[in-house]
Design a protein around this ligand. Structure first.
Ligand SMILES: Cc1cc2nc3c(=O)[nH]c(=O)nc-3n(C[C@H](O)[C@H](O)[C@H](O)COP(=O)(O)OP(=O)(O)OC[C@H]3O[C@@H](n4cnc5c(N)ncnc54)[C@H](O)[C@@H]3O)c2cc1C
Ligand code: SF4
Ligand code: SF4
Length: 394
């Protein structure tokens, strides 16, 4: 494990290291620097000290032969035989990256009664598909799925593994990366190849979205990233495209968790694929006012979304949350009702044609990104807009 220490005899209490620490982990007490609990062992402060008083020891890097690892894998997530769009989006991106480093794209799909998915994955960009079709893989279990992926990675040695940042992908990816001892960049917003170094450049927001960080994984393999739905576009499927389908057999693995009931998406909401979203924020004022936004969504044939505070107080289910810790959405029209436009909310808005904001504060940040803005009380404006739309629908 990496470690950091201050050599007290060398430290003169100049405080330069305080400014260098992005986590506010250093303070100077009695003219000596002290590193506190917030330290993440990022190593950023070491070079700031002109007195060589900070000693940072990195983990020993295990030498692995990077040239043994070849090819790009996409974990093709499916639910009861239906592929998730994000996996098709990742295949499109994998295809693009594979052209740069001249390797194969492999889709890996686990489940039961999934034979037909092979052709579809090839049509969307895979050169080959590894299918593990077993009855005991019918329901997702992160331990079982994770162990199988680890086995496959150890056997086939891909250099890059891409996984959709869905609820399943988010629990599967860290299981794999921590077991095979490699890095994982979550929620990437862009992926590129550094051809010279043959490294995947993984871009994602950092420090609350104020910075975009470019992350590489130079010493470990595979290079792993998760990407949210709608960040990339799938290729146009080509059902004439030829590819190899490899059926892999595995002995059953025991999980630690038993599935009792599947309550996945009981409400049947698919916010990520909605064409029109009417989203409510704290400005809606009360739980009963949410119905005003629901009425507008119904009149438009749209879906109701939410900012996080309404989910936190229990007015809206998590499945409706848009943003950094919720869903990424890409509707044609997004109507933000009483939403301020915090960076974490905007992180969930991808590639939207028209944003309409209703807010009582003319200086609300949401107006900076909105195509159309209405300044006023959302509880007065929503019924007027709904009436108008209903009139047009007649
Ligand atoms: C790590 C992290 C992750 C986060 N993830 C998310 C996320 O995924 N999604 C998310 O949404 N947030 C997320 N947040 C929270 C985010 O920072 C904001 O706090 C949140 O988005 C604010 O929600 P809001 O716009 O509904 O509320 P507020 O910021 O309180 O804004 C309410 C708005 O309503 C307006 N208003 C008030 N009354 C009226 C009225 N009568 N009529 C019209 N307008 C009115 C106000 O002018 C204001 O602009 C996250 C925060 C952190 C730290
Ligand atoms: S920069 Fe170095 S000398 Fe200055 S307070 Fe930090 S550790 Fe001490
Ligand atoms: S290692 Fe990183 S987090 Fe820890 S004190 Fe230094 S700069 Fe701060």
């Amino acid at each position: 494990m990496a470690s950091i220490n201050i050599i007290k005899d060398k430290c003169v209490g100049c405080r330069r290291c305080i400014a260098a620490c992005p986590f506010g982990a250093i303070e100077v007490v009695d003219k000596k620097a002290v590193i506190g609990e917030k330290c993440t062992l990022c190593g950023s402060c070491t070079e700031s000290c002109k007195f060589n008083a900070i000693i940072f020891e990195r983990d020993e890097v295990e030498n692995i032969d990077l040239s043994e690892y070849k090819g790009i894998w996409v974990f093709a997530e499916q639910r009861y035989g239906q592929l998730k769009n994000v996996s098709l989006e990742l295949l499109g991106k994998a295809r693009e990256l594979a052209e740069v480093i001249k390797v194969k794209v492999t889709a890996v799909v686990l489940g039961h009664k999934i034979d037909s998915l092979g052709k579809e994955l090839i049509a969307y960009g895979a050169d080959e598909v590894l299918i593990i079709d077993e009855e005991w893989l019918n329901d997702f279990n992160d331990h079982i799925y994770g162990e199988i992926m680890v086995n496959l990675i150890e056997e086939y040695k891909p250099e890059i593994v891409l996984i959709g940042a869905t609820s399943r992908g988010r629990s599967l990816a860290p299981h794999i990366s921590s077991t095979v001892k490699t890095g994982l960049t979550a929620d990437c917003t862009s992926l590129d190849m550094d051809l010279e170094k043959r490294l995947l450049v993984q871009t994602r927001p950092a420090f609350g979205g104020n910075l975009m960080a470019e992350i590489v994984c130079p010493y470990h393999r595979p290079q792993m990233a998760t990407v949210r739905p709608k960040v990339f576009k799938p290729l146009k499927p080509d059902y004439m495209k030829q590819g190899k389908i490899i059926k892999v057999k595995k002995d059953p693995i025991e999980g630690f968790v038993k599935l009792i009931r599947n309550i996945d998406n009981e409400e049947g909401i698919n916010l990520s694929d909605a064409e029109i979203i009417v989203s409510v924020g704290r400005g809606i004022g009360s739980e009963k006012n949410i119905r005003l936004a629901q009425e507008l969504a119904d009149a438009l044939g749209g879906t109701l979304g939410s900012s996080r505070p309404l989910v936190d107080i229990g007015w809206m289910p998590y499945s409706r949350q848009v943003g950094q810790t919720g869903k990424t959405v890409a509707p044609k029209i997004y109507i933000a009702c009483g939403i301020s436009g915090a960076i974490q909310h905007l992180a969930g808005l991808a590639d939207i044609e028209t944003i309409i904001a209703i807010n009582s504060d003319p200086d609300a940040p949401i107006f900076k990104i909105a195509n159309y803005g209405i300044v006023g009380d959302v509880s007065e404006i929503l019924p007027l807009v709904t009436e108008k739309i209903k009139g047009l629908n007649k």
